[in-house]
Structure formats: structure tokens, C-alpha cells
Design a protein around this ligand. Structure first.
Ligand code: CO8
Length: 259
């Protein structure tokens, strides 16, 4: 396992866990942090024994946004000519394997955007989400205006992005941003249970399900349904599909081979 400066990467059975580790700065996301997360995703995606990736922070903060101290002196040309955000900043969203964000405390700005790159967001009851960039004279730059709007609709996305206010876990769940809220002290155990369950599934089937759902955000319904049908039919080439159905009929657990 590589040594990282700002994150901790572990494998726990079939689950890869990336923990943001800049506690004094509430896990502010510098370019270096984004780069390390991208490298960790590269590694965990290439690791055949990993079936699900969890991204988390600490109790006080998932991440309080991009690193404002690093960004403050930068100018337009430096930000424009460097396409880091598109190439490495979005790496969590392009991961083929299922990803789960375990969010406790602040998930603001780039932190909220990073959580939204994951497939599932599980929030502790202390979680606070927001896009406060407007209060800094800027706007979300790594998915906040797009993924948030798709997740919670125009009015609430406008409300958050234009006022910069935070929403608590209950509002985030009500709005569809997070899938479940769990007590703060149980966040990681609950998330690991979910991630382990996903990692037990056939990985190619999980990747196909993920791909099909993500197409819903990119295509008209008829195209999305076609993609789904094609991927569904593709599962009939999987040994895991044959085994999964046989196991059901024989009333036993399937032994997935990820093939
Ligand atoms: N960047 C840099 N440092 C930060 C950040 C941040 N985003 N957030 C907190 N810190 C630092 C503070 O400066 C402070 O450091 P120090 O002790 O040296 O003064 C330390 O973390 C603790 O923070 P606070 O004392 O402020 O803690 P509080 O509990 O009083 O407040 C808050 C917590 C409310 C979360 C507060 O820290 C805050 O408002 N933080 C900034 C939130 C914010 O505006 N986030 C959006 C940033 S912009 C963005 O994310 C754009 C993304 C676009 C993509 C970029 C790609 C690279």
C-alpha cells in the first residue's frame, strides 16, 4: 500500500476505505488531497480483491471544502489552463466499482461535491451539507451545481447555492441527497455493513447496475432503457448469473467468482 500524506487507505476484507486525514483543517481538499484520492481510487479499482470503496472523513468533518488558503492567491489563467479538476478531481465519479460516502459533520463545497461523486451517501445525524462558495465570491466548481440539482431539484439547489446555507442530515435525507441517516457513533460500522454486503455481490453485475443507473442522468428514457436491456442481457454471459440463479433454486448462498 502506498504512503499518502493527506489520506489513509486501508483494505478491510473486500472493502477499500479511504479516510481523509487533514483534521486540523477540517479535511480541506487541496489539489494534493484530490490527487491522492485519485491515486487511491486507481489502486483500489485495479485491486481484484476489492468490491466496494468507502470514502470518509472524521466525526467533525467529512470535508469543509476545497482548500481556501491554497486557492486564494490563484488567478484565472492558472485555474483555467490546468485541467486538473476534470482529469483527477472527478476520479471518484469515474470509478467503475461501487462507492459509498460515509459523512459525519461538515460536507461543504468541494466536500459536498466529493460525497456526491459517490454512488451512495450515508450520513450520520450530525452531518451538514452545503455549497457555501457564494459566500467566498465564487461558485461550486466540481459538480455542485449539476449533481446537487439532479439529486435534490432546482429550487433547493438554488436555495443552497445562492444563500450558502447548510442543510442538516434530516433535510438531506428528505431531499434525496442521502440514502440513510445513522447515529454518529455507528456511522462506520453501518457503512461497513453496507459496503461488505455490496462487495459480496458479483462485481461485474454491480458495475453493470451502477453503469445503468448513471446512464439515467445522461440520456433520454428510451436510450437509458436500451442501455439497461443490453446490460441485463450481458449478465447472461456471467458465470455469476448462472451461479446466482442456481443457488436460489438450490436454496443456498451463491459463490460469486466475479466472472
Ligand atoms: N479551506 C482551508 N481551511 C479551512 C477550510 C477550507 N475550506 N475550512 C476550515 N478550514 C480551517 C480553518 O481556517 C481553521 O484553520 P486555523 O485553525 O488555522 O484558523 C480550521 O480549519 C478550523 O476551522 P474553523 O476554526 O473555521 O472551525 P469552525 O468549527 O469554527 O467552523 C466551518 C467550521 C463552518 C466549516 C468553517 O471552517 C468554514 O466555514 N469553512 C469553510 C467552508 C467553505 O466555505 N467551504 C467551501 C470552500 S470553496 C470550495 O469548496 C470550491 C470547490 C471547487 C473545486 C475546487 C477544486 C480544487
Amino acid at each position: 500500500m502506498k504512503a499518502f500524506e493527506h489520506i489513509i487507505v486501508e483494505t478491510r476484507g473486500k472493502v477499500g476505505v479511504i479516510t481523509l486525514n487533514r483534521p486540523k483543517m477540517l479535511n480541506a481538499l487541496s489539489f494534493g488531497v484530490f490527487g491522492e484520492i485519485a491515486t487511491a481510487v486507481d489502486d483500489l479499482e485495479a485491486n481484484d480483491s476489492i468490491g466496494c470503496i468507502v470514502l470518509t472523513g472524521n466525526e467533525k468533518a467529512f470535508a469543509a471544502g476545497a482548500d481556501i488558503k491554497e486557492m486564494q492567491p490563484k488567478g484565472f489563467i492558472e485555474m483555467f489552463s490546468n485541467d486538473f479538476i476534470a482529469i483527477r478531481g472527478d476520479r471518484v465519479a469515474t470509478c467503475r466499482k461501487p462507492t459509498v460516502a460515509a459523512v459525519s459533520g461538515y460536507a461543504l463545497g468541494g466536500g459536498c461535491e466529493l460525497a456526491m461523486m459517490c454512488d451512495i451517501i450515508i450520513a450520520s445525524d450530525t452531518a451538514k451539507f452545503g455549497q457555501p462558495e457564494i459566500t467566498l465570491g465564487t461558485i461550486p466548481g466540481i459538480g455542485g451545481t449539476q449533481r446537487l440539482t439532479r439529486a435534490i431539484g432546482k429550487s433547493k439547489a438554488m436555495d443552497l447555492c445562492l444563500t450558502g446555507r447548510m442543510m442538516d442530515a434530516a433535510e438531506a435525507e428528505r431531499s434525496g441527497l442521502v440514502s440513510r441517516i445513522v447515529p454518529s457513533d455507528k456511522l462506520m460500522s453501518e457503512v461497513m455493513t453496507i459496503a461488505e454486503k455490496i462487495a459480496e455481490m458479483s462485481l461485474p453485475a454491480a458495475e453493470m447496475a451502477k453503469r445503468a443507473i448513471n446512464r439515467a442522468f445522461e440520456t433520454p428514457l428510451s436510450e437509458g432503457l436500451q442501455v439497461e436491456r443490453d446490460l441485463f442481457r450481458s449478465t447472461f454471459a456471467l458465470e455469476d448469473r448462472l451461479e446466482g440463479m442456481a443457488a436460489f433454486i438450490e436454496k443456498r448462498k451463491p459463490a460469486n467468482k466475479n466472472r
